[in-house]
Design a protein around this ligand. Sequence first.
Ligand code: NAP
Length: 305
Amino acid sequence: MKVAVIGASGQLGGELCRVGDALGFEILALTHHDIEIRDEQNSVTVLRDLKPDCVINCAAFVDVENSENNIKRVFDINALGAYYVARACKELNAHHVFISTNFVFDGKIPKSQSYNEDDAANPINIYGLSKWTGEQLVQQVYMCHSEACRLPRSSFGEGGKNLLIVRVSSLFGPLGPRGKKGTFIHRILREAQVGHKISLIQDQWMSPTYAPDAARIILKLVESSQTGLFHVANSGHCSWYELGQHALNRNQYQEKIEPVSHKDFPSKVIRPVNTGFNLKKIEDFLGERVRPWQEAVDDYLRIII
Ligand SMILES: NC(=O)c1ccc[n+]([C@@H]2O[C@H](COP(=O)([O-])OP(=O)(O)OC[C@H]3O[C@@H](n4cnc5c(N)ncnc54)[C@H](OP(=O)(O)O)[C@@H]3O)[C@@H](O)[C@H]2O)c1
């Protein structure tokens, strides 16, 4: 199967190319140098020439903090760019995979709960709003308006038979995000190594996602031509403090962190408090549990240290 990966030099895109190659997919790795998704004509021309069976769009503006000051660029890539790619895929009759985020949710659920695919999105910052708009536009390409409104959020019905949306959350991986400064774990390890005291937020929770694990799962969905909406992450939820504590404990730096509230942390951006994912749908599909985030962090540390 010919699979084009847009955003191939990125953290997730790079892993999709590496894992896809190893699994025997014919991977067409498209970096920003090869395709500009803000330009519809360019996107159509590039994809028409390649004639892929499947297109995975990982290209995005991912710097949440700087999104608030770059609204036009953020929407041009995450919403309009996503729409252009989806239109090109529809024309080519290619299976289309759009990668989205936990930041489509407002995070106002209690800590004991998690979001499943049918829960209502309600983004509270520019990055989340742009990705949510991207999801909506991509669905509109595949479904007529009334169908998109009527169906449950996780199922795209007949019209969406070639469309898959995968939301991932708090990605980390050996390649690191290109669009922001290193992974959270990498950043705090660096701080600890130079002897800095680190304050980490203990009252915002999420489901960390190891990019190589996500890549394997996404390619399984692609292989079986799955459609609809899936949440993909490692299992379990944690706060940024717990994630940092786990990583630093493995490296004997645990004395260097202190838990703080997000209310004490100055930020330009409002962030959702709890965006933990419910993984029942993807685990039912896989027929097994996704491994816990702690195991994935341990693998990651073995690679980066
Ligand atoms: N990182 C996270 O914590 C996180 C969390 C949840 C969801 N996600 C989602 O996961 C996906 C992958 O994220 P990531 O961490 O892998 O991001 P990343 O490392 O920043 O990769 C994004 C890629 O997109 C490319 N790109 C940016 N603008 C483009 C454009 N206009 N046309 C073509 N290519 C363009 C970038 O190339 P250049 O760098 O050369 O511009 C880069 O290779 C995104 O959809 C993101 O929204 C990420």
